[in-house]
Write a protein that binds this ligand. Structure first.
Ligand code: APR
Ligand code: PHB
Length: 397
């Protein structure tokens, strides 16, 4: 077995793994990424595209922000519509912060290219990655590539391998606790090279169900409608999608809708999932490997980024100051921000989606009253805005 040594072994070349790898490299901390699929396949996954400023700052520090800053759209506000009533939430006014609309695929590509440009090692199509001795001071990974078996020795393992990865499975069941909520609906998403219906995102709650009007640029739109979780993309022609989407947009926006041929159409399941703890020995769960949120609050990518920020600070302190004890701070710090992001995403999902008979008359009245209060009172809007732009990152003790 061919053996190689690095300081931090990273499993997964999604946004979490790539961002962590670039940041560690900036500190001269050696790292190798093992990715199960090809780079093209990673970029083939259409995901969200609203970045908190905390994430943007990290990408700048990682040295991969040129395109984001040149092409990303800064949005000072977001709209929530309740049938035809449109309520602008002025994020900038309410919090002093705003967000950047820039596709997850684009930021992932930028980080992949920056990593390649720096000659940093990423092993794509690394099969059967297996962590070993993660509770010891010399953990390692084994994997297969082109029929050969390899051993990657390291000090720490960053599990950035998403929900279906191997890292979380490495934590024994009697050590971890998993919390999950699966929603009875999904988001049917459509991407089209048409000008967006509005210059800010519109989150629409209607009697027909939820809808979201988002975008990737001034010429590319990304739209979603709530459909039953059991539905299938095959049931939705472009025409049927546009017809239903139009009915869910507030009347005053409808006339701006430009329809066209879809360039991508997919069904996104919705669930909330959290694993505790996020650290086991010298193995750390980062991003989707440890937690999943429904896309309503645009928190998935941003919670992955705050995990990366905390682990990056910890590993920098370990290698620069020899303070190994601080690794115990990872899970509590990361989980505090994750639980808040999970709660916000669950709350907004509960408020804006149609749960049919799962909610009784009283619940529906509560929902209506919550909308009245949160969307119409400045204090309520501030609560939404503060969480939408993202709560501050916690520092190490
Ligand atoms: N071995 C190696 N690589 C693996 C393995 C494995 N056993 N299992 C999964 N991977 C790779 C996947 O192929 C994927 O490229 O790990 C990567 C995980 O990437 P993501 O799922 O994108 O997770 P993360 O980087 O944490 O990004 C979180 O992605 O799903 C969105 O909403 C989510 O925006 C959030 C972001
Ligand atoms: C998207 O642009 O794909 C998007 C934006 C905001 C969300 C979810 C998805 O909350």
């Amino acid at each position: 077995m061919q053996t190689q040594k690095t300081q931090v072994a990273i499993i997964g070349a999604g946004p979490s793994g790539l961002l962590l790898g670039l940041l560690l490299d900036k500190q001269g901390i050696d790292n190798v990424i093992l990715e199960r699929v090809t780079g093209e396949y990673v970029l083939g996954r259409i995901r969200a595209g609203v970045l908190e400023q905390g994430f943007a700052k990290l990408v700048r520090e990682a040295g991969a922000s040129a395109n984001m800053d040149a092409k990303g759209e800064v949005h000072d506000g977001v709209e929530i519509a309740f049938n035809d009533t449109r309520i602008p939430i002025n994020l900038k006014e309410l919090t002093g912060e705003n967000v950047i609309v820039y596709g997850q695929v684009d930021i992932t590509r930028d980080m992949m290219e920056e990593r390649a440009k720096r000659g940093l090692e990423t092993v794509y199509e690394a099969k059967n990655v297996e962590p070993h001795d993660v509770k010891s001071d010399s953990p390692y990974l084994t994997y297969e590539k082109d029929g050969e078996t390899y051993k990657l020795e390291c000090d720490y393992i960053a599990g950035c391998d998403g929900f279906h990865g191997v890292s979380r499975k490495t934590i024994p069941d009697n050590v971890k606790k998993e919390y999950e909520k699966v929603y009875p609906f999904g988001w049917l998403g459509l991407m089209s090279d048409t000008p967006p219906i509005n210059d800010e995102l519109i989150y629409a709650k209607t009697d027909r169900g939820f809808a979201l009007a988002s975008m990737r640029s001034k010429t590319r739109s990304r739209y979603y409608i709530q459909v039953p979780a059991t539905d299938d993309v095959k049931n939705w022609s472009d025409e049927k999608f546009w017809e239903e989407f139009k009915l869910r947009m507030p009347a005053s926006a409808r006339e701006n809708l430009v329809t066209g041929k879809s360039i991508e159409k997919s069904l996104v399941p919705t669930r909330s999932f959290i694993c505790e703890p996020l650290q086991y020995g010298n193995l750390f769960l980062v991003g989707d490997a440890g937690h999943i949120v429904p896309p309503t609050g645009a928190k998935g990518l941003n919670l992955a980024a705050s995990d990366v920020a905390t682990l990056y600070k910890i590993l920098t302190r370990v290698y620069k100051q020899g303070d190994k004890k601080c690794i115990e701070q990872y899970s509590p710090i990361a989980l505090r921000r994750v639980w808040n992001g999970v709660r916000f995403s669950w709350w907004l999902t509960d408020l804006l989606h149609d749960f049919g008979d799962d909610k009784d008359e009283f619940d529906k009245k509560m929902e209506r009253s919550e909308i009245e209060y949160f969307l119409k009172s400045p204090a309520g809007q501030k609560v939404i805005a503060e969480q939408y732009v993202g709560l501050p990152y916690e520092d190490l003790k």
